[in-house]
Every structure is written in C-alpha cells, then in structure tokens.
Design a protein around this ligand. Structure first.
Ligand SMILES: Nc1nc2c(c(=O)[nH]1)N[C@H]1C(S)=C(S)[C@@H](COP(=O)(O)OP(=O)(O)OC[C@H]3O[C@@H](n4cnc5c(=O)[nH]c(N)nc54)[C@H](O)[C@@H]3O)O[C@H]1N2
Ligand SMILES: Nc1nc2c(c(=O)[nH]1)N[C@H]1C(S)=C(S)[C@@H](COP(=O)(O)OP(=O)(O)OC[C@H]3O[C@@H](n4cnc5c(=O)[nH]c(N)nc54)[C@H](O)[C@@H]3O)O[C@H]1N2
Ligand code: SF4
Ligand SMILES: [Mo]
Length: 745
C-alpha cells in the first residue's frame, strides 16, 4: 500500500562509503577501545574536557586524543561529584558512539524514484533550505504553534531555543510521560518540589535505603551506584521491593518479592504500621506536615494482614521492615525511583513513597533527602521570544491537569486528524529520541507520522525513527562538539564543560550549528548572535566567575555552598508547597478531582498461560542509544527473557532455547529471544531488558538481536493526573516455533 511516508531503509542506499577513522576500523574488528593500560601514553597528545552523553547522568570526563587524531579512551574527571573519576562501562565504551561505522554521515532527503520512496544524499544547504521553506510555509498557513519538537539529551536545548524563537512551545520529551513525570508530579504535590536529576537522595550517608523497583546497579546512574555501595560498606540496611531478585535485591538485607502491580498496598500498610505502632517521626510531622489526621483515618484498615492478601508479602516482614525504617529515621530514604510510568496510578504510588519519606522525616535531614544548591547560568542575550497563541496545554482538553511538562502522547495525538477535526500539529523536529521504541502508542505514532506535513529527524545513528523522516540530519557525537555547560545543582554547585575532542567525522554537525543555520534561514538570526558556540560559553562562564579558558583546563569547577543542605536546628523551614507544609493530604489533587491520598486499585491479572511482562536496564546499555555501539555490543549482544524454572517446566522450555513472545492482544515479537532460566524471577512474571530487538538493517550490530518490549506493550494505562503511559499491564505467552516465515525488516 502506498503511504505518504514509506519506512525507508537507509542501508538500501549504498551510502556509507565515506571514510572511517583508524579507530572505527579497530572497533569493527572487535578490538576494544577501552583504553589499553599497556599502551604507551606518550602517544596521547592531549586530554579534552567532556561530559558523557551515553546516559543522562552526564558524568564529566576526559577524552584522550592521540597524535593521529583518534580518541584513545575516555576517563572520568576526579573532580566531578557525579562520577568521582570513574565512568561506568557505557561511559568508557562511549568511544564506540564516535567510531561506529554505521553512523549517519550526510543529510538525507526523501525522494520518489521510479515510484519508490528512497533517500538521497543532500548538501546541508539544500536540506536546511528545504526545512526552512517548509517551516515558513507552515507558520504562514497554520501558525508557528503547529510545529513541535521531540527531544532527549543535550541537543534538545539548541532546538528548544530555535522553536521558541520561531514561536512554538510545543516541546516534548519522553523523559516526562514515559519516565520520571509521575514521580516528579507525586513529589511536587507532597513536598512542593521534585527530587531533580541527579536525585537529591543522600544515599552516601543513609542508614536505611528502600528501593521500590529502582534497580540501582543495573540502573547504572553512576554516582548513585557508588553511593549505594559506600552505604552498604558503612552498614546501611537495604530493603528492596522487586518481583525479581535484582542486583540491588541481591545486596539487600531484605528482599520483598512483591506480586507486581501491588506496590500501593504495601506502601499503605507500611504507612499504617508507622502510624498505628507510633513509629513515625512525631516531631518532624508535627512541625512540617499537614493532613496527618486525615491520613491516619485513611490508612486505618490497611494492616499488613490486608496487604498480605494482595502483595503475597508476609505481615511479619512488612512490620519488620517498617521498624527498620523507623530505627534509621531521619537518615532513611524511600527512593523516589525514576522510570515511574508503570500501572497508570503512578502519581499516587509516588505520592505514597513521598508520604513515607515525610513520616520518617527524610527531606532536609542527613542520610535522607537534601536541599540542592546550584549556579544558574544566564541565558546568552537574545530578543524576547514571541508569545505563542497556544501551547501543548491547550491540546490536553482538560485531561492530565497536573502535567507540568508537555505530554508526548498528547502532542502525538494532536498530529493527526481525529473525529473530523483537523490536526493542530503539522510538523515535527525529532532530536535524540527514538520515538518508535520509546513511546508505546504504536498506532497513534504511525498515524501521526503519516499525517505530518514535515518530519525532520536529527540523530547520530540510523535508528528506526530516521526511516520515517522527510529529512534526516546527521548530528556529530558528543565527542565532536560543544554543548551547553552542565550546571548541576546537587550537594555542591558544579559546572562542567563539553568541548570537541576531534573534528566532526564526515558531514556531521553539532546541534547548535544546525539550529543556528535554520534560525538564520527563518529570519531569526538575532537569536543566534554568535559565530561559534564557544563565544556563548565564554560569555556565560564569565558571568559566573569562570571562563572558557579555565574550564578547558579543568573540565569541572565546584563552588562552595552558601546554604545548608539540611534543615538547621532552630529554624522554621518552609517547604515549597502553597502552605509551606508537606501535604500528607493533597488539596491540589482533591481540587482537581482526584484522591487526596493514595488508594490501592486492583490491576488486571494475566490469563492462564500468560505472564506479566516487566522490563528494566542492563549495566552495559542505555536503551536504543547504545544498541549498535560495537564496544557495548561486545559486552552484551542481546537480551534474554527471564523465566522461572517452574514455568519453563510446564512449557517444556529449556535453558538458552530461543522463543518468540506473544502478548494478550496477539502482538508477536519481531525476533526470537534466548531463555534465561532463573529462580530470581517470580513465576507470574517474565523480565527483559529494554533497548533490544532492532529491526532496522543499517544497524549492523543491533539488527535482529533480542526482542523489543515496546512492541509487546499494546495495553497502555494512562495516568489521569499527568498523562504517564503505564506500560506494565501487558502479559505474554511463549511461542516455540517461528510464527512468521518471513520477518519484516
Ligand atoms: N545501565 C542503564 N542505566 C540506566 C538506564 C539505562 O538505559 N541503562 N536508563 C536510565 C533511565 S532514563 C532511567 S528512567 C532509570 C530507570 O531505572 P529505575 O527507576 O530503577 O527503573 P524502573 O523501571 O522503575 O525499575 C525496573 C525494576 O522494576 C522491577 N519491577 C517491575 N515491575 C514491578 C512492580 O510492579 N513492582 C516493583 N516493586 N518492582 C517492579 C523490575 O524487576 C526491575 O528490577 O535508569 C537509568 N539508568
Ligand atoms: N518499552 C519501554 N519503553 C520505554 C522505556 C522502557 O524501559 N521500556 N523507558 C522509558 C524511559 S525511562 C525513557 S527516559 C525513554 C528514553 O527514550 P529515548 O529518548 O528514545 O532514548 P534513547 O533510546 O536513548 O534514544 C536516543 C536516540 O537518540 C540518538 N542519539 C544518541 N546520541 C545522540 C546525539 O548526540 N544527538 C542526537 N541528535 N541524537 C542522539 C540515538 O541514536 C537514539 O535514536 O524511553 C522510555 N520508553
Ligand atoms: S553513568 Fe555511565 S553512561 Fe551515564 S553519564 Fe555516567 S559514564 Fe556515561
Ligand atoms: Mo528515563
């Protein structure tokens, strides 16, 4: 069937003949680029300041560049509190992002040749000319607001600036509705602010750390992993609630193998025990919280015996763990989590987590949650942005009232005609996000991508999303460019520089350059009043008492705090809520028509022969981002499906056998997946690591390896409070034979 946008396989074009460096060749041949200690360091000419882009922890490091212009290795910057001089395996293997032979190399434009849609190489001038003409046209016809940006990672700031100058604030990232949005909204409703990124959890000094699903150790956020290990060495009690014996659970004093989807029941019964056994921090609650009596009444019946029937966790264990938390109070953290879009009642689950922290007096105390302090980098001078006539909020039609960042799903839905109404969004720029794997709304995404008048994708790699673009723009990797200063607010204010270690390979360009070029062509040059981004950085750094020259030398600059990270005795601390008090009972939620205190609701159970699909991270990969990175593929080439041996026995499934997965709606995995038999998972669930199962052939190292959980997530449970896409209400069964003769690529 002819469609407006056929999915185009970039491989079919015979592109990629462009030269790759010696480093790339080495990577392809499988030789490690992890920095061979025996190599002669004299060949290293210089070290260049950078921060990592392999995940969003953004550790500061040094790229070590050889005389012949290769990046020999990347090491951590000792002065960076986010990594303390040590990168994780992904950060160390980050050189693979640079040397990957499958990188995008030139701009590509969609053309129809002999009735077939394909891409052809284009010059930057032509590609940018095409986009800006189209954007001018869209602005004239439908208003600037008809353009939207989808972004993730550092390139986002540059394109956000462009979009705001152009006249739209429809800027959406999957890190909200698909990730931390529910958590942030839950904490904001309780404490008046979110826990930020990097999280302001004082893990280093905690006496008790409770992890609800958060699988630190596989979730490899560097500083956090290091702090957890320090806390364990110092004797902290770790309590992990997870249907799977995660790495964190294996290091814990208590593992609570909860029946998935029932966490709110456990949290409510913990609250019950703390209140009715009078274990909560009375002084703190009396001073800083409001709504205690309402909460006490609310949880009256939620005893551990009640929770046992729901969670399968023994009442004794629930009482004992509540007591451990109380013993450590206020040096205790019920970790807020990060990827929180689980079951559609996720704001309420994180509210329950926030309430527990409040009852134990964590926020504002050592070993709990600290107050962050940072340095604000001023904006480079530019004219005021025009005020858009409408924004993403107007797309919500009264839904998701507490959404305080654009909801990707709503922007996607507004991008195709519905119920006889014309689409309000007509054009997208997508940068640094592989929406096809990140957003589980496959049908909506497909409709949107067919309806758009303009679809531009900026990426470093030929990920699936690039196959839908009208124009593909190749960004250079983080090792080849300047980006904004990382100005971290945490235990101490930290500034951190990323600068090019080497020249961009092939025709690739940094996002700041692409945004500026488009801006100038759109008549918005005044917003990009510089020749090179180094001018912006130097100006900004000078405003805060540093300079580009200084930062190039040191990479990281820490400043002393001016305020205390904890509540000072004798002071009357005001939280950032409307009343200045912690909201155990949320007036904001009640006024918006939601439960003012968390309520447990039963979620659907798997039918016979089906198992709940749960997913998470592996230490060696970051979603799609690393899927084709030769260094990291060498460490972990594919994911496997974790199955409990009892279940495997029923099915006659053997260790290392390959199976296909089929979900409750008949969706079948694109590829087969290797079986990992393990007692470490409950019998009612199966587990896979997200980020595998790529079906785009130009990804030579990633293609066909493992399965993609997103394809099996067809039941999406929306959080009515903020639009999070709960993704864990899907159930799979096993197919032992290849269900398709020909696998679509
Ligand atoms: N190595 C690596 N590290 C990463 C990333 C990466 O891609 N790679 N991504 C980063 C990003 S963006 C994020 S948001 C974070 C996400 O990291 P987390 O916030 O830690 O992730 P979650 O998805 O919340 O948790 C996954 C865990 O939840 C468990 N689980 C599944 N269902 C349930 C349930 O019903 N109840 C409970 N209690 N547990 C359940 C799973 O078994 C798994 O161990 O990781 C970050 N760190
Ligand atoms: N099924 C399922 N869906 C999920 C999750 C899950 O666990 N399971 N996790 C959710 C979470 S927590 C998150 S945060 C989101 C993340 O989802 P995404 O934002 O899609 O994250 P990545 O997979 O890292 O996508 C990164 C894209 O950026 C490109 N890229 C890498 N470096 C650069 C660069 O320097 N410049 C540019 N322009 N592009 C670059 C990569 O090639 C890739 O296409 O996914 C969410 N969706
Ligand atoms: S945690 Fe690892 S991948 Fe993430 S920024 Fe740090 S070094 Fe890079
Ligand atoms: Mo995330």
């Amino acid at each position: 069937m002819k469609t407006r946008r056929d999915f185009i396989k970039i491989s079919a074009l015979g592109l990629g003949a462009t030269a790759v460096t010696a480093g790339a060749a080495k990577a392809v041949l499988g030789s490690s680029l992890f920095g061979n200690e025996n190599e002669n360091d004299a060949e290293t000419l210089r070290r260049v300041a950078t921060y990592c882009e392999v995940c969003f922890w953004k550790c500061a490091g040094w790229a070590h560049v050889t005389k012949d212009g290769n990046i020999k290795k990347i090491t951590g910057n000792d002065d960076d509190p986010q990594c303390n001089g040590r990168l994780c395996p992904r950060g160390t293997g980050g050189v693979g992002m640079f040397s990957d032979p499958d990188r995008l190399k030139t701009p590509l434009m969609r053309v129809t040749k002999d009735g077939q849609q394909t891409y052809r190489e284009a010059s930057w001038d032509e590609a940018l000319g095409f986009i800006s003409t189209k954007m001018k046209d869209l602005k004239a016809k439908h208003g600037a607001e008809s353009m939207a940006l989808f972004f993730h990672g550092s390139s986002g700031n540059h394109f956000s600036n462009l979009m705001k100058a152009y006249g739209t604030t429809n800027l959406a990232a999957p890190s909200f509705a698909q990730c931390r949005g529910p958590r942030d909204v839950g904490f904001e409703a309780t404490f008046g602010e979110s826990v930020s990124s990097p999280e302001v959890t004082d893990i280093r000094d905690t006496k008790c750390l409770v992890l609800i699903g958060s699988h630190i150790g596989e979730n490899m956020h560097n500083g956090q992993v290091q702090e957890m290990s320090e806390a364990i060495d110092a004797g902290a009690v770790i309590i992990t609630v997870d249907p799977r014996l995660s790495t964190a659970a294996s290091k814990s004093k208590y593992w609570l193998p909860i029946k998935p989807s029932t966490d709110i029941a456990l949290l409510l019964s913990w609250i019950h025990v703390l209140i009715y056994d009078e274990l909560y921090n009375k002084e703190y609650v009396g001073k800083y919280a409001e709504g205690f009596e309402e909460l006490k009444n609310h949880v009256k019946l939620f005893t551990p015996e009640w929770a046992y029937g729901i969670t399968t966790l023994k009442p004794d264990l629930i009482r004992k763990t509540a007591r451990e938390m109380a013993n450590a109070s206020p040096s205790v953290i019920i970790h807020p989590g990060r990827h929180a879009a689980w079951y559609g009642d996720d704001v309420q689950r994180t509210r329950a987590i926030a309430i527990l922290n409040a009852l134990l007096g964590s926020w504002g105390n050592r070993g709990g949650i600290f107050f962050k302090e940072g340095i604000k980098i001023p904006e480079f001078p530019h004219p005021d942005y025009p005020k858009p006539a409408w924004s993403w909020k107007d797309l919500l039609d009264g839904k998701f009232p507490l959404a305080n960042e654009a909801v990707t799903n709503s922007v996607i839905e507004a991008s195709y005609p519905k119920e006889g109404k014309e689409a309000r969004i007509k054009g997208w720029i997508v940068s640094g996000t592989n929406l096809v794997a990140a957003v589980p709304l496959k049908a909506e995404l497909a409709k949107a991508m067919q309806s758009l008048e303009l679809l531009v994708v900026v990426d470093t790699m030929p990920m699936e999303i690039t196959g839908f673009a009208d124009v593909v723009l190749p960004e250079c990797t983080y090792l080849e460019r300047y980006d904004d200063i990382r100005a971290t607010a945490h235990r101490e204010p930290t500034l951190c520089l990323r600068m090019p270690a080497v020249e961009p390979l092939n025709q690739t360009k940094p996002a700041w350059w692409i945004a500026k070029q488009l801006g100038e062509r759109l008549g918005l040059g005044a917003y990009f009043n510089y020749k090179d981004y180094s001018e912006v950085l130097d100006w900004q750094l000078k405003q805060v008492g540093s300079s580009l020259e200084e930062m190039q030398r040191i990479g990281v600059k820490k400043s002393p705090r001016k305020t205390s990270p904890y509540i000072e005795t004798g002071t009357d601390h005001q939280f950032k809520t409307a009343s200045g008090k912690i909201q155990l009972y949320s007036h904001e939620l009640a006024e918006a028509g939601f439960d003012a205190m968390p309520v447990f609701t039963q979620h659907p159970e798997p039918q016979e022969g089906f198992y709940r699909l749960i997913y998470g991270r592996a230490p060696m990969h970051t979603f799609s981002r690393t899927a084709n990175n030769p260094n990291l593929v060498a460490l972990m080439p594919e994911n496997s499906v974790w199955i409990n041996p009892q279940v495997a026995k029923i099915w006659g499934i053997k260790k290392d056998q390959y199976v296909w997965l089929k979900n409750q709606d008949g969706a079948i995995s694109n590829f087969s997946v290797k079986v990992r038999l393990t007692e470490r998972i409950r019998w009612d669930s199966v587990y896979i690591v997200h980020g595998f199962g790529h079906h785009h052939k130009p990804l030579r190292f990633a293609y066909g390896r493992g399965v993609n959980d997103t394809e099996l997530i067809t039941n999406v449970m929306m959080d009515p409070i903020m639009g999070g896409t709960g993704m864990r209400g899907n159930f799979i069964t096993f197919l032992k034979e290849d269900p398709r003769k020909e696998i679509e690529s």
